[in-house]
Design a protein around this ligand. Sequence first.
Ligand code: HSE
Length: 398
Amino acid sequence: MKAAIMGYGTIGSGVAKVLDTNKDIIKARLGEELELKYILDLRDFPGDPHEDCFVKDYKKIAKDKDVQIVVETMGGVEPAFTFVKEMLEAGKSVTTSNKALVADKGAELMEIAEKNNVNFVFEAAVGGGIPIIRTLTACLTGDVIEEIDAICNGTTNYMLTNMEQFGSDYNEILAEAQSLGYAEKDPTADVEGHDSCRKIAILTSLVSGKNVDFNEIPTEGISKISSTDFRYAKAMGCSIKLIARSVKVGDTYSCRVAPFLIKPEQMLYHVAGVMNAVSVKGNMLGESMYYGAGAGALPTASAVVGDMVFLARNTNRHVKIGWDHEKLELADSAKQEYRFFVRTSALQSNIENEFDKVEYSNLDLDEEVGFVTQLMTEAEFDERAAALGGVKQVIRVF
Ligand code: HSE
């Protein structure tokens, strides 16, 4: 079975390493060798063990009838989309780790794969090394999924954990996450929550069977979380985690990505460093949770290689997972209900006028007070917070 890799960066080179390291066991499990024939990259890699495989024109791969499996680890929507489309149309199955591509073009590529009787899979696109995609599309496919709560960005979880435990400086710890190969090419996608947003959009598409537009998911990142917020969190016995949520409401889902205050009683509280976790509630299964390395070359490459074996086992057969082109109209996010932690310079009497009963969390700071509201909708909170004024920070309570 001959394969090609498009994009020899952190993940692509990790895929080659997994194939080399575990060559024998993969051969034994598949019943034939999984052989790397081409690597597409514009750069040169002199001395690389796969030096002979490098090509600069993707059409060379598309035209080679020997190649049945293509790995896309280039990142970004274009030219990845054009290349992947052409591979599928040429009768090759594709696996990608590229969530930007899957979130934007997943339903379309799935349709093209079906028409050409091949497969398009993307286990590595969500949760890095956690096998959450196949879990949802195969193991839990008999359940109605009622809720997904995920820490699904390794970079930000690594940063928040270090800020909490060691008081690390935001920029220094971001640079460290980048040097460890966790961050996206443009780390804005990590720290502003866009990466988590695309991942929860993909998971919601898979459990709803319709196409979620990730642009419609309200998304906040961690760039406004400060050491003062962590001091308040500690005083309340909480941590702060970037959580991507999707909750079933009637026939649709209500989604959000935001930093949340979370207590130790919740399993997601304990997910530290680069680890990711996805909690899934099914109507028959109840709650289950999946935990593992969310970023990094080898955990992500391990998921890609797992997909390659799946593709090799399913040549000449499209495996349908039920992700249609039809758009999913998400539920109104303004109706989501939370308790809100607020830091404000407003007077205590005004806080109680606007919010009635609140729980104070006082650090004895000059010119501000912290409090947690009762449960209310987003819309109601926005109205009351605007009337209160002086709001410096708002963090939802999980
Ligand atoms: N930048 C991503 C993360 C990589 O930090 O989780 C894995 O998708």
